[in-house]
Design a binder for this molecule. Structure first.
Ligand SMILES: [Zn+2]
Length: 486
């Protein structure tokens, strides 16, 4: 997930704050020596103090295709990269090498990851009509018995309806036809609402004796493309196969079932194999004064095993790689260390994010900020901020709101309380403040987790603006004498 693509994502209609410098942050008294703003008055805000360096970064990113070229290498040369696929190992090696070539210190850190493998998958309506459907197994699903399952369907539109049907689903394939709401300015995407059926639908139906589930793809716009994604099994229910159907096929099944008994044949030959070794990729620029204090900027290097993982989350990875490469190239030497972390296995395990927080537990009190980009490589529109301690969250939001004023020229205009990201999430309970890059993701879920998540959907100029937004935020967080959450 983006931060949006994982199961843990909670959709939020968070309060949004205009990117105006709040008065109370004007009490800082020291300057970052890298800011080049020593003439600014002692009461200046972070934005005032760092305006010259922000302008320098913005000028350098305008028209810069560095991130896009990296993304092209990752997606076209390596392709999609699910945990357990050799392509993920290649992507990890490529990222470490690329950051080294950009002059950063880079290495990898071992993490064990799940290995789920897709096999042959198909589904057909076999009664009252015969018609093939477009399906895709959900990540983690068990297989159907050899030869597949043929069973009547029961269509439900939410969990309440499933409970009401109770034992009527026994022996049936349950079809969840729950529509994802369309994007609105107030609520953003409806992903968080719709994804519950994908993640938990199989076990909920299995408790009532269902033999398999078909879940309407989690998207508000469909061109008959099925969307995969993570699912999980509850401990107290039989494990039954789960696949996504297209919106169009979910609607067709719904109409047929309203008219009478409808039967489907489903075959899913996917398998769960033993865990395999993978790695998080680290690239860093050591701080000039406080190298043991760290700003983490990250995305996830794995993707689903369809499309190219271009927006999800190749774009987030190259944004972070390019942001730090650019800071280095511009000769900026921040007070603290900036560390790119490309997390492995976000999509079907979050082992990279959990592993990093565990392996670096001793550094958490000195990790002054974690930033994630996992909503696609679209134009930046703002930042979502959060911290375990409410007081820290308030300070963080105010400082980021101040910094965001430096990014108005590229469309950054809102800062709100929200979800930083799935991979940096495990650091939050350990006290690390969180920021998620918020982008114009209105079309993200049209292609998310599908064969259509390919490089041609990414705009180089929009990606360059993401680099600018992250570079400015990360540099200030790393260089300012004060922590953003204080
Ligand atoms: Zn993602």
């Amino acid at each position: 997930m983006k931060r949006l693509c994982l199961v843990l994502f909670a959709a939020c209609a968070a309060p949004v704050y205009e990117a105006k410098p709040p008065a109370w942050v004007a009490d800082t008294s020291t300057f970052g020596s890298g800011s080049g703003s020593s003439a600014v008055a002692a009461t200046a805000t972070l934005a005032d103090r760092y305006r010259p360096v922000a302008q320098k970064i913005l000028a350098a990113t305008r028209g810069d295709r560095g991130a896009y070229d990296k993304l092209a290498q990752l997606t076209d040369t390596i392709g999609h990269r699910l945990a357990g696929e050799p392509s993920l190992d290649k992507a990890i090696a490529w990222a470490a090498e690329t950051m080294k070539n950009d002059g950063l210190d880079s290495h990898t850190e071992k993490v064990m990851v799940p290995h789920w493998q897709r096999g042959a998958e198909d589904a057909d309506i076999v009664g009252p009509i015969t018609r093939p459907m477009h399906i895709i197994g959900l990540g983690g699903t068990v297989a159907t018995p050899k030869g597949g399952i043929t069973a009547p369907i029961v269509v439900v539109h939410d969990f309440k309806e499933l409970e009401a049907k109770g034992d009527a689903v026994k022996g049936a394939i349950v079809v969840y036809n729950a529509a994802m709401p369309k994007w609105t300015e107030e609520h953003g995407s409806g992903y968080g609402e719709a994804v519950a059926y994908r993640f938990g639908g199989a076990s909920a139906a299995a408790k009532h004796g269902a033999v398999a589930v078909l879940v309407r793809s989690v998207t508000a716009h469909s061109l008959r493309t099925p969307h995969t994604g993570a699912m999980g099994y509850a401990d107290d229910a039989p494990k039954i196969p789960a696949a996504a159907v297209t919106v169009e096929d979910a609607e067709l099944l719904d109409r047929l079932a309203q008219r009478g008994s409808t039967t489907v044949h489903l075959r899913v030959d996917d398998q769960v194999l033993p865990d395999v070794e993978s790695a998080n990729v680290i690239g860093e620029l050591r701080g000039r004064e406080k190298p043991d204090e760290i700003v983490v900027i990250g995305g996830h290097i794995d993707s689903w095993d369809v499309g190219q993982g271009a927006h999800d989350d190749g774009a987030g990875c190259v944004t972070m790689m390019q942001a730090l490469a650019l800071i280095k190239k511009l000769g900026l030497a921040p007070r603290r260390t900036i560390r790119v972390v490309l997390f492995t296995n976000e999509e079907n395990g979050l082992r990279g994010g959990k592993g990093y927080a565990q392996q670096h537990a001793s550094e958490m009190s000195k990790t002054v900020l974690a930033v994630e980009s996992d909503s696609g490589g679209f134009s930046p529109v703002g930042f979502d901020t959060g911290a375990k301690d409410p007081e820290a969250a308030k300070h963080l939001r105010a400082h980021v709101t101040d910094i965001a004023t430096l990014l108005r020229a590229i469309g950054v205009r809102k800062v709100g309380d929200g979800h930083g990201g799935s991979d940096i999430g495990p650091m939050e309970p350990l006290g690390v403040p969180q920021v998620g890059l918020d982008v114009d993701n209105r079309t993200y879920f049209d292609i998310h987790h599908t064969e259509a998540d390919t490089l041609d959907k990414v705009d180089p100029a929009q990606l360059a603006d993401d680099v600018a937004a992250v570079a400015v935020l990360a540099y200030i967080a790393a260089d300012a004498p004060e922590r953003l959450d204080q």
